[in-house]
Design a protein around this ligand. Structure first.
Ligand SMILES: Cc1ncc(COP(=O)(O)O)c(C=O)c1O
Length: 400
């Protein structure tokens, strides 16, 4: 150490956990022993048998060859912002106040929370939820309040529970639709219910719609911003999942609502947007074709594969004694319930060590106390999924 003393990290990092990646640390240790691993834990289509549509790669390379390699405008290149606006209006958004292109939806989420929350402020997240939101709220020394999604009602939001969790410190509420980790595509009734509550308590609404294009059984998605032109809503979206380019890191936020209501908050977000200079530049040239080109056969191919995998997952997990699953309607996740005499972290860790099957404990996403779940990613091919579900079944038979 010489004259140096240890660098102490900030206390705010102590609370940060990220179950989806944390389980990988244990998995890598087990993998070193030579065990065959079956990874059902990461929502990245490209590590399985899904490939980026070629026209998006071509557009990005073309942009690089045309020297579009400097900083982009902070809110995004004009053609991308225009394409996002056009697509939103085609979907029926009642108003579009502003748009900002970011390094994945993740950065838009970070910016939107940072511009909103002071230390001690509260924000409502669904339980279960995608854990990034809670991580950022912790980083801001603000407080997460969880409201429950109702497993007995297709994992739709429990509106009474939302009401009961609101205090004078609550500044906003998140919905993830379709949901990660449950795969639920919310009903119009739920969405209107959330809007009514938000209006009553003057809450900003975040609507994370990153899985909007991944719906099975001809399901129709309702964007929250199509239901109300006045309500302050930030819609998050991006190319990662719909176009199989999570490594492009391209996402965005769409600000909607009455001008007088969202104007000041939007300016605060724009300050943060400008301070970080810009999102990835050449990849932004993929946005317009991704959103507006009519000819995109990859959607049908992807949904066909995912529907088969969703069906296998639904059938096999429900056949296992002690496991039950509400049918996912979209995305590529299944949040299965465990009715066994074990907590979910112990279950997932032991399953991993003994069988090599990697799934994420439900506690990493939030769940009703006393219940236990695990999340499966059904992106892997049928052979891997069937093998993994057989392993889970044998493991449960052996131990419980
Ligand atoms: C619900 C949800 N929102 C946002 C993200 C982050 O997406 P991006 O790759 O655009 O940062 C994910 C990624 O898994 C997600 O599941």
């Amino acid at each position: 150490m010489g004259d140096w003393r240890e660098i102490k990290p900030a206390k705010r990092t102590e609370k940060i956990k990220y179950a989806i990646r944390d389980i990988v640390v244990l998995a890598k240790e087990v993998e070193k022993t030579g065990k065959e691993m079956l990874y059902l834990n990461i929502g990245d289509p490209n590590i399985y048998d899904f490939e980026t549509p070629k026209f998006l790669i071509d557009r990005t390379i073309e942009a690089m060859n045309n020297n579009r390699n400097g900083y982009a405008p902070s809110s995004g290149i004009q053609e991308a912002v225009d394409a996002i606006r056009t697509e939103s209006i085609l979907k029926g958004f009642k108003s579009v106040h502003d748009i900002f292109v970011t390094t994945g939806a993740s950065e838009a989420i970070d910016i939107a929370l940072t511009a909103l929350l002071d230390p001690g402020d509260q924000f409502l997240l669904p339980a279960p939820t995608y854990p990034l939101y809670n991580t950022i709220i912790n980083k801001l020394n603000a407080e997460t309040k969880y409201y429950y999604l109702d497993e007995n009602n297709n994992w739709e939001p429990d509106l009474d529970d939302i009401e009961s969790k609101i205090t004078e410190k609550t500044k906003g509420i998140l919905i993830i639709n379709p949901n990660n980790p449950t795969g639920t595509n919310y009903s119009e009734k739920s969405l209107k219910g959330v809007l009514d509550i938000a209006k009553k308590h003057n809450l900003l609404i975040f609507s994370d719609e990153i899985y909007e294009k991944l719906l099975f059984d001809n399901g129709k998605h309702i964007s929250l911003a199509t239901l109300d032109g006045e309500a302050p809503i930030i819609t998050f979206n991006g190319l990662s999942k719909s176009h199989m380019v999570p490594g492009f890191r391209i996402g965005w936020g769409i600000v909607t609502g009455a001008k007088e209501v969202v104007c000041g908050y939007n300016e605060a977000m724009q300050k943060l947007v400008r301070a970080r200079l810009s999102a990835n530049h050449p990849e932004q040239y993929a946005i317009k074709p991704a959103l507006l080109d009519q000819n995109q056969p990859h959607f049908a191919e992807m949904l066909e594969k995912l529907t088969v995998r969703r069906d296998i997952t639904f059938k096999r997990l429900n056949e296992i004694k002690g496991v039950s699953l509400v049918k996912p309607q979209g995305a590529f996740y299944a949040f299965a319930k465990l009715d066994l005499d074990v907590d979910d972290t112990t279950f997932c860790n032991n399953l991993l060590k003994e069988t090599g099957v990697v799934v994420v404990p439900g506690s990493g996403f939030g769940q009703v106390p006393g219940t236990n779940h695990f999340r499966v990613v059904f992106l892997p091919n049928e052979e891997i999924l069937l093998k993994a579900y057989d392993q889970i079944e044998s493991f449960i038979k052996k131990h419980y």
